[in-house]
Design a protein around this ligand. Structure first.
Ligand SMILES: [Zn+2]
Length: 299
């Protein structure tokens, strides 16, 4: 950021739309009309970690990002795409046929909601958004597709990431392994119980409840190193938005216009990334409870 930019931290240090009074909100928006949108969900991360790991890290990165670089944190989207497409085989492999507690939405439901969230952010006077998904794997590509369709019609810029993308080449993302468990150990150590590391190992698929193989190597120090590198990358993303953040406000976006953008997205016959298996993925077993989600055609 340039030297002339004012400090992003308000006197109260509060950065959440939900916690700001109107004067405080408008002051922060006037300084930096950037919205931060955290996305996560509740899904298994082994017996050792809280279900909401993905949400917790997205919240933390957005809160710290807004404090450091300016802007306002929008309400967290705490439900996410799961179960469909490539998730189905993954669930069969790491959960098996055990009942699993997952806060899952199908792609069309989440992505249509996301489009209307972008509309609401534009109409609330923001010029750009940094969207951060703690849930990785491919959903970020669908989010980018929807955001690109929105930005083609509305003067509103976005930077969208799944959090491991912020540190590609420096750290390797995972699911409930050394990477993610370290992040949670740094942010909320009381939500990790390493005494349960070997729970279920003897039960085969599903017994470890989606725990990563190298979770035992997780440390708070590694978590802080990952999170600091991610915050630095978010600063670079904010820099890329500088032109958008100093542009004139867009006219109000109507409901009908937004419906039109969704219609355009659905006219494109390309399936959402999260609606199909990956190219070389082994098919889900016919008897698996996850089979119905493997190919999801609703749009
Ligand atoms: Zn996760």
């Amino acid at each position: 950021m340039s030297e002339s930019r004012p400090s992003p931290v308000t006197e109260t240090g509060r950065v959440r739309w939900a916690e700001l009074l109107p004067d405080e909100f408008r002051e922060r928006r006037a300084r930096c009309p950037l919205a931060w949108l955290p996305l996560g969900l509740c899904e298994p991360h082994g017996h050792i970690a809280a279900f909401g790991l993905d949400t917790i890290k997205a919240d933390w990165l957005c809160d710290e990002g807004a404090r450091r670089y300016g802007g306002v944190v929008a309400p967290t989207q705490g439900w996410h795409i799961h179960e469909t497409g490539y998730h189905a085989r993954w669930l069969e492999e790491v959960i098996g046929e055990e009942p699993a507690e997952i806060g899952t939405l199908p792609p069309d439901v989440l992505l249509r909601s996301f489009l209307f969230q972008l509309r609401a952010l534009a109409n609330a006077g923001f010029r750009a958004a940094i969207v951060l998904s703690g849930h990785a794997g491919g959903n970020q590509r669908d989010l980018r597709r929807v955001a690109a369709a929105f930005s083609a019609k509305v003067s509103f810029a976005t930077e969208i990431f799944a959090d491991p993308e912020l540190v590609e080449g420096k750290f390797t993302g995972d699911h409930a392994g050394k990477f993610e468990i370290s992040q949670l150990l740094a942010i909320r150590p009381e939500l990790v119980d390493l005494s349960r590391l070997t729970r279920g190992s003897e039960l085969g698929a599903g017994g470890r409840f989606a725990l990563g193989d190298d979770a035992a190597e997780a440390t708070p120090a590694l978590g802080w190193a990952i999170l600091q590198a991610q915050l630095d990358a978010l600063g670079t993303a904010e820099e890329r938005l500088k032109d958008a953040l100093t542009s004139a406000a867009a006219p109000r976006v109507s409901l009908a216009e937004t419906e039109g953008i969704w219609h355009t997205i659905t006219l494109d016959q390309t399936p959402f990334v999260t609606a199909q298996p990956l190219a070389k993925q082994t098919p889900v077993s016919l008897a698996s409870r996850w089979k119905p989600g493997e190919f999801y055609s609703q749009r």
